[in-house]
Design a protein around this ligand. Sequence first.
Ligand SMILES: [Fe+2]
Length: 214
Amino acid sequence: MEVIELFSSLISNKLMNSKIYEDLSSTIKGIILAVATAIDLRDNYTHTHSKNVSNLSVKIGKELGFNDSFLEELEIAALLHDVGKIGIPDEILNKPSRLTDDEYKIIQSHTIIGAKLLSEIDFLSKNIPLGALEHHEKLDGTGYPYNKKDGEISLFGKILAVVDIYDALTAKRIYKEPWPKEKVLKILKEDCPKKFDCEIVRALEKCVSIQKGD
Ligand SMILES: [Fe+2]
């Protein structure tokens, strides 16, 4: 977090030319990716979950016509959406048996912890902590942590909610084989507009159907 703050103060003071900016920017992204991968490795996810969510979110953002600065923020927000898992004890995060209600509440708090951590970095756009806070919210208010509804959820939250589920279900996990992308898209489409934003799900479908190797 301190590295990111230093970087931002250099940018805001215009102390860098564009080449240095690019080099440093990719170094910072590398550090953020390392943090995200470390978090994924603690969980049952594949170690590429945050990176996958980030790549796919950016493709969707492009498909929806957002500009470069929006896409850059979305990339970072997606990489760090689960950063709050840093505050969840291993024995709960990786408990093989069913979680108790209290344990489930603790897992859910990774959204609040992540948002708090990220909001402490002054220069970060407010969209980035919102992505962490809202990526498990659903449009009908059945998500967590705050049961927010459509009009209360940020665009970052809505995009990350769709992509997070898509990647989790289509990836191989310790306890399950990957689901076919057609099956996952069908589920997401059935759940929109109830739980997910239809425009985002449509953009996702477009992006994954043109992904190489599929
Ligand atoms: Fe999450």
